[in-house]
Design a protein around this ligand. Structure first.
Ligand SMILES: CC(C)(COP(=O)(O)OP(=O)(O)OC[C@H]1O[C@@H](n2cnc3c(N)ncnc32)[C@H](O)[C@@H]1OP(=O)(O)O)[C@@H](O)C(=O)NCCC(=O)NCCS
Length: 174
């Protein structure tokens, strides 16, 4: 039984990820347009997606949902919140969306609901996230979720192939 509850928004159902979602997740894990600024490299084998889902499901500290388009039952993205490795005492948020569903405000709709859940049910009062300066679209998602620019930093791909100048955003509840 997963710890993540099903969360309903206007257009989406957010539900805990399962191994049955591997094919859907691989459809964006393997798309360079989506992975360009992600820390993972573009997957060329679905076994990498399966491995990622297994490790995420085993991580008690990470709360991860897939975004399902209501009516179509189509899995279009994923989003998570986890104690941050970037800033002490903060929780970090992350997300990616299948390219066909960009520009529809779906990611913002999902992440607003996840942040709201984390604040109300988990008592999370400090969240942060970073995005590459060259990926301003992600920055807009953060702004629309109530985060504000805090400072500049940088991050690298997990395989060390590239380093990005980054903007770090935070939101703190008093
Ligand atoms: C980041 C991501 C989830 C955003 O999805 P999306 O569906 O485009 O997001 P939204 O529609 O909710 O919002 C995007 C915003 O960026 C804006 N935008 C689009 N292109 C832009 C650009 N080149 N420069 C600045 N803003 C831009 C849009 O106008 C929109 O803002 P608005 O609502 O104020 O008009 C999606 O692009 C994605 O999956 N990217 C790859 C993975 C990724 O980068 N994840 C985050 C890593 S930090």
């Amino acid at each position: 039984m997963s710890k993540e509850p099903i969360i309903e928004t206007e257009r989406l159902l957010l539900r805990p990820i399962t191994l049955d979602d591997a094919q859907a997740c691989y459809s964006w894990n393997s798309d360079e347009r989506v992975t360009r600024f992600m820390s993972y490299s573009t997957y060329t084998d679905i076994s990498r997606t399966v491995e990622w889902i297994r490790s995420a499901m085993a991580n008690e500290k990470e709360w991860l949902w897939v975004f399902v388009l209501k009516g179509k039952s189509k899995v279009i993205g994923s989003g998570s919140i986890v104690p941050s490795a970037l800033m002490k005492g903060f929780w970090g948020i992350g997300y990616n969306l299948h390219y066909d569903y960009w520009h529809k405000d779906c990611c913002t709709e999902a992440m607003k609901a996840i942040i709201d859940f984390a604040h109300r049910e988990l008592g999370v009062n400090k969240i942060c996230s970073e995005h590459a300066v060259d990926n301003p679209r992600s920055g807009r998602v953060l702004e629309k979720c109530g985060l504000q620019f805090d400072h500049y930093g940088e991050y690298s791909k997990l395989d060390g192939s590239e380093t990005f100048k980054a903007k770090i955003y935070t939101r703190v509840w008093e």
